[in-house]
Design a protein around this ligand. Structure first.
Ligand SMILES: Nc1ncnc2c1ncn2[C@@H]1O[C@H](COP(=O)(O)OP(=O)(O)OP(=O)(O)O)[C@@H](O)[C@H]1O
Length: 251
């Protein structure tokens, strides 16, 4: 579980996050949604410590991340896996080397154990016989799978994904969403995903935080989203004709 209490963040005179309090639960896919510029990326970066917040608290389970010194933060970072926008694989490294990288950096495993772990993770995301290919030689969907394999290499408790299916066709996007949800449950991770994608919301929105202009405007589940009276959320969700039709069918 990751808990935020009254988190505030500004850049100079621009207040980006306003008093955000929320629980992100373990074993669930927790989605942060909101319009472009609403503060999703700043929130995600604040949670992982890439931005220092101005005030408030962030807890990893019962551990106060905001109060930790650099050494403790470094330790907790080893419990975090990250899937960045675009996959962010190292182009000069093969698929295998990309997944091996965090193990070389942070684990004390033997070479054989590391290779076993690399193959376990690649197998888990259904990548087979591609260890020696380079990112430019595989599809966008495969690149995302490799990024997920790399993110779970160190067996993280917390998984952070920034627009994990950006640039993918709708079918592959759903496959990636489902894969993230499956591994979240399998390894009981607390997974937080930034997304614009309403298909993701409907597919894996077990817990949804909607932010509007830096404020927490709504939280709930994908089932509850159709019944909300929140105007900002309705404007966001039902911007497309398709979701207006789905709303009518659900009522
Ligand atoms: N390092 C920074 N310095 C100053 N302002 C920033 C910085 N990072 C983000 N901002 C501002 O904070 C606001 C929120 O940005 P953020 O990137 O979190 O939005 P977002 O919801 O993730 O948008 P998108 O969906 O388009 O990625 C924007 O006004 C942005 O210009």
């Amino acid at each position: 579980m990751i808990t935020l209490k009254n988190v505030n963040k500004s850049f100079a005179s621009l207040k980006v996050l306003n008093d955000i309090s929320v629980n992100f639960e373990a074993g669930k896919t927790n989605l942060i949604i909101g319009q472009s510029g609403s503060g999703k990326t700043v929130l995600l970066k604040s949670i992982i410590g890439l931005h220092e917040i101005d005030s408030g608290k962030i807890f990893y389970s019962d551990r106060d991340f905001t109060a930790m010194n650099l050494k403790s933060r470094k330790n907790i970072r080893q419990e975090m896996g990250m899937v960045f926008q675009g996959g962010a694989l190292f182009d000069s490294m093969s698929v295998e080397e990309n997944v091996l990288f965090p193990l070389d950096m942070f684990s004390k495993m033997s070479d054989t154990e590391k290779m076993d772990r690399v193959n376990f993770c690649l197998n888990r995301v259904n990548i087979k016989n591609s260890n020696h290919l380079y990112p430019t030689e595989i599809s966008g969907g495969m690149q995302k799978r490799v990024a997920i394999a790399r993110a779970i290499a160190l067996n993280p408790k917390y998984l952070f994904c920034d627009e994990p299916n950006s640039g993918l066709d709708p079918v592959t996007a759903i496959v990636i969403d489902n894969l993230i949800q499956e591994i979240t449950k399998e390894f009981n991770m607390t997974t937080i995903i930034n997304t614009h994608d309403m298909n993701s919301v409907m597919e894996i929105g077990e817990k949804i935080l909607f932010i509007s202009k830096g404020f927490k405007a709504w939280e709930g589940t994908k089932e509850e989203i159709f019944d909300t009276d929140n105007q900002a959320l309705n404007d966001f969700v039902f911007a497309s004709d398709l979701y207006q039709k789905i709303k009518k069918v659900n009522r």
